[in-house]
Design a binder for this molecule. Structure first.
Ligand SMILES: NC(=O)c1ccc[n+]([C@@H]2O[C@H](COP(=O)([O-])OP(=O)(O)OC[C@H]3O[C@@H](n4cnc5c(N)ncnc54)[C@H](OP(=O)(O)O)[C@@H]3O)[C@@H](O)[C@H]2O)c1
Length: 489
């Protein structure tokens, strides 16, 4: 049984419930699955069922299986209560007991905390006090916790310590929905199921790595949350650190959760902390001003709803990290992420070293472009290799050409949210695509010196950039300083 805390929220309607629908539709999860939900919501159970069903119909359009939607919605049970209310928890016990009886769930519960982060610890503590983590023979009880996990290194550490006082490590599943994306999972397959890439995946052949997560949307309705968070906290310790870890990790000893997580933690712990001076130029922050996206005028960040008109919160960040391992010593990893950029685009680009000799220089040909291997995560999901080819004709001229593997060509386009695999894995007890607290802490440790510098008004200044651009000029300078440049979006 799935028990969602915050069932009336955006995450449930837009991502969790559609993921559950897909899992039942594809027969990964039995049709009898029942869902219990707990949220403040001033609505009845029937209204909640109708809203969730409507949201599924909207998202799946003509492909929607209406019978399945009706069946799924009819299995939603709702406790409308504050998380602190004893009566609410009493009602939850009754609902769980009833579902156990009616649906023969065997007492196996997957709790999902689709709530604001301030409720993560109190709800988990309450679950423990209510005896809901206790299992009988052959039973399981697990809890998925959303991001953000803490708001800095100390709070993440504290949260992890407190959680472990009331639940076992193997009951806690920390989610990073990037790991639900097929292309992200494919990084491991690409690297470790093929013989040809791993030999060149190191400092001898790689010049540097660029990881870009660009969004064209602004803060939308999240202004209140975002203005206290900013791009650095919101994106780097979790999503970008995750992409860096997958790119730079050593081959694990097996594909068990423990072995995979161990290797990822090792990479993040090998990132040396920036010293205060480095924070001045290795960490660039920006904030979007008004501009145009796809020809439409959009307002600047400070005019967004719930945002302080004097806000100094960054909506863009570009960083340079090193990874001090034998494999990566001397190879910079440049990370950038921003809102209201010219397009929505996520990629990891491995830039290879130039050939040792530029043989074609004397022939008068244009200088060859460096080779890139690009893993595009969204919106396109593909892997492409950029290399030089000869332009046909009597003159020796070279030009960049691409060899591309596109997911759509081989596996079709699936209407997936990315949460399917993660929900399924949590149900079967496979934590390999979830994070461990030490990994999240290692992500926070990477950014903590920058947070400290910015909190003391040190570090580079906040640079405004027009909405719809590729970010602030200062981010270009970060790479120009190293005689490199960002790949155009
Ligand atoms: N939305 C996304 O795209 C997304 C993506 C990734 C991660 N996340 C994470 O997922 C979590 C949930 O995000 P969300 O966007 O779904 O938030 P949301 O739309 O604000 O939903 C919050 C839910 O918590 C309930 N709630 C709030 N206070 C409560 C209380 N005191 N007692 C009982 N229920 C209470 C709300 O009920 P009412 O609606 O009745 O107030 C609602 O069901 C957050 O941690 C977020 O960081 C969200």
């Amino acid at each position: 049984m799935l028990v969602i805390f915050g069932i009336t929220g955006d995450l449930t309607a837009r991502l969790l419930f559609p993921a559950l629908y897909n899992l039942v539709h594809d027969k990964f999860v039995p049709d009898q699955i029942a869902v219990a939900g707990f949220a403040l919501g001033d609505i009845t159970e029937q209204q909640l069922r109708d809203e969730l069903a409507q949201s599924l119909r909207r998202q799946f359009g003509q492909q929607a299986d209406n019978h399945l939607i009706e069946r799924l919605a009819s299995r939603v049970h709702f406790v409308a209560s504050d998380f602190e209310s004893a009566a609410g928890w009493q009602q939850l016990h009754e609902v769980l007991a009833q579902i156990d009886r009616d649906h023969k769930t065997g007492g196996n519960y997957l709790f999902y905390l689709a709530t604001a982060p301030e409720f993560f610890l109190p709800v988990v503590q309450r679950l423990a006090r209510e005896g809901l983590f206790q299992t009988g023979k052959g039973q399981w009880r697990r809890v998925i916790i959303e991001k953000p996990f803490g708001h800095d290194l100390e709070s993440a550490h504290e949260l992890s310590r407190e959680l472990l006082k009331v639940a076992r490590q193997d009951q806690i599943y920390l989610i990073d929905h990037y790991l639900g994306k097929e292309t992200v999972q494919n990084i491991m397959v690409f690297r470790f199921a093929n013989g040809i890439f791993e030999p060149i995946w190191n400092r001898r052949y790689v010049d540097h790595v660029q990881i870009t997560v660009a969004e064209s949307i602004g803060v939308e309705h999240r202004g209140r949350y975002y203005d206290h968070t900013g791009a650095l906290r919101d994106m780097i310790p979790n999503h970008l650190a995750q992409l860096l870890a997958l790119t730079a990790m050593e081959p694990p000893s097996s594909f068990s959760a423990m072995a995979l997580q161990n290797e990822q933690v090792k990479v993040l712990e090998s990132v040396p902390p920036l010293d205060p001076e480095e924070c001045e130029w290795c960490a660039v922050r920006g904030q979007y001003a008004n501009g145009k996206i796809a020809g439409q005028a959009v307002t600047g960040y400070r005019e967004e709803k719930y945002v302080d008109p004097q806000s100094k919160t960054e909506t863009y960040v570009a960083l340079k990290f090193m990874v001090d391992t034998w494999r990566w010593a001397g190879v910079p990893f440049y990370l950038r992420t921003g809102k209201r950029m010219s397009k929505r685009y996520t990629e990891i680009a491995i830039r290879f070293r130039n050939p040792p000799l530029t043989l074609f220089r004397r022939s008068g040909a244009t200088l060859p472009q460096p080779n890139h291997l690009v893993i595009a995560v969204q919106p396109q999901e593909h892997i492409l290799l950029e290399f030089e080819g000869k332009v046909p004709g009597p003159v020796l001229e070279t030009r960049k050409v691409n060899m591309t593997f596109d997911y759509r060509d081989y596996f079709g386009v699936a209407n997936r949210t990315g949460y399917e695999t993660l929900l399924y894995d949590a149900m079967i007890g496979d934590a390999s695509l979830f994070k461990r607290a030490d990994m999240i802490e290692a992500g926070w440790a990477m950014v903590q010196p920058i947070l400290d510098a910015w909190a003391e008004n040190r570090g580079g200044e906040l640079n405004l950039y027009p909405a719809g651009s590729e970010g602030p000029e200062a981010a270009e300078n970060l790479l120009h300083h190293d005689h490199r440049s960002w790949r155009p979006l």
